[in-house]
Design a protein around this ligand. Structure first.
Ligand code: AMP
Length: 432
């Protein structure tokens, strides 16, 4: 054991799955599988991958996510170095928008349909499904205000979970209208709640002054009761926003995507307008959100872009996806094993095996051997652990003959194969 341990709220991804508390941390090959399926779903939805740095200017996140959000006010891993302020990105929408504007991606023509997968950092209180370093995948469709964009974003998100056979996720949607509708609603909400100020929790009292819409997220029962008679956002949006919302709902229905309308859904981030949505799954427990997103036409102007830039996206948690897959006992494909394991008897055989294993690898064959110089018995134990379908034992006789006995582990059958023919013989797995 070393003196050091992983930082609380982070975790290592190891070759084998393991548990922290009662949470299963998937094995690296399982992560790889999930990422492969994600990329496949994204690609068939005609999205292209974008990768942005983990480090961004703090100001980008402050402006892009909003000063009064929890993320910016208390959850950023931010630091200053020689006069420059850096943040470990807490989300990837603002970075993608920065990259879009910086590299003038609109010049590629058409609508930019982008996806990402990567780590994010938030100084939250770690708990099941909530980490300080976690991973998000998501989609950003930039350059289109058509309601089909919103529906396509949601359909892509749903397709991801369908690709894993996950059912039972609940989609909630709402419209936030334009910023001025939200401002009018905010005022109406503050007017409604102010007489009850003393009954509100400390958090909600603070939010009443800084970010009143966040009060709608409250889990406090008497506050929820109070909110039942509060004005709703839907009462404050105009006919155009309602038409956009109706179109999105119709498009979702045309794809057979079920949704619940939730007038209390506002999302924590400031830059949203029109469509907002969240996908939840009961199997996740307290952290029930699989993914969320919406339209964020206001983000680019907030980052200094001249004029609006219509855009819509979603962000989803990888760890939450793994939790949901655990709940359905998802059947991950087995990891790739070596095609062949070579055991060596004696120094001369070891040298031959070393060279042969590397020659085979150069020819594209996944080949394994032992690096410890152990007994034949220990080498065979290792061959078993690595689960190679073929094993070969090389000793003085084989070297003298120029031929090896290749053992098919499933049947115990042995075949004499000359050294020249080994690569050819090993290039196919044993017949099932
Ligand atoms: P947000 O950017 O807050 O809308 O988060 C998008 C998604 O990321 C959520 O629906 C979660 O699935 C996931 N997520 C957010 N914060 C965390 C966290 N601290 N740990 C793990 N997953 C998270």
């Amino acid at each position: 054991m070393s003196t050091f341990q992983h930082i609380k709220g982070t975790f290592d991804i190891l070759p084998d799955a393991y548990t922290i508390g009662d949470t299963r941390i998937a094995a690296s090959h399982e992560w790889h599988h999930v990422e492969t399926v994600l990329r496949e779903v994204m690609t068939r939805h005609n999205l292209e991958e974008i990768r942005t740095p983990m480090l961004e200017p703090t100001e980008l996140v402050a402006r892009g996510v909003g000063e009064h959000t929890d993320i910016v006010s208390k959850e950023m891993f931010a630091f200053e170095r020689r006069g420059t302020r850096y943040v470990l990105r807490p989300e990837i929408t603002a970075p993608v928008t920065r990259a879009f504007l910086e590299h003038h991606l609109e010049q590629r023509g058409g609508v930019q349909k982008l996806f990402y997968i990567g780590p994010c950092f938030r100084a939250e209180q770690p708990q099941k499904g909530r980490y300080r370093q976690f991973h998000q995948f998501g989609v950003e469709i930039i350059g289109a205000s058509d309601p089909r964009t919103d529906a396509e974003t949601i359909a892509t998100m749903i397709a991801v979970y369908q690709a894993f056979g996950l059912t039972g996720a609940r989609l909630r949607i709402n419209t936030l209208g334009e910023p001025e509708h939200r401002a009018a609603f905010r005022d109406a909400l503050v007017d409604y709640l102010t007489p009850y100020r003393d009954e509100l929790s400390e958090t909600s009292q603070r939010r009443l002054d800084t970010n009143p819409l966040r009060i709608l997220d409250t889990k406090v029962e008497h506050e929820r009761a109070l909110l039942r008679d509060a004005p709703t956002l839907l009462d404050h949006v105009d006919a155009e926003a309602l038409a956009h919302y109706d179109a999105v709902k119709q498009l979702l229905s045309s794809l057979g995507i079920a949704f619940e309308e939730d007038p209390m859904l506002v999302r924590g981030l400031d830059y949203y307008s029109h469509t907002a949505f969240e996908l939840e799954h009961d199997a996740l427990g307290a952290q029930s959100a699989l993914a969320g997103g919406g339209r964020y036409d206001g983000l680019a102007p907030a980052l200094g872009h001249d004029g609006p830039l219509p855009a819509c996206g979603f962000a989803a948690g990888m760890e939450r996806l793994f939790l949901a897959l655990d709940a359905i006992d998802y059947d991950y494909p087995a990891p790739e094993t070596p095609r062949v394991f070579f055991a060596a008897l004696g120094k001369e055989a070891e040298a031959w095996v070393f060279k042969t294993v590397h020659d085979l690898r150069a020819q594209g064959i996944h080949a394994a051997h032992d690096l410890k110089g152990r007994s034949l018995k220990a080498q065979m134990r290792e061959a078993n652990r690595q689960d190679a379908p073929y094993t070969v034992i090389i000793g003085g006789n084989e070297l003298a003959d120029g031929s090896a006995q290749v053992k098919t582990m499933a049947t115990g059958e042995q075949t004499a194969v000359s050294f020249e023919d080994l690569a050819d013989y090993l290039s196919t797995p044993p017949a099932a």
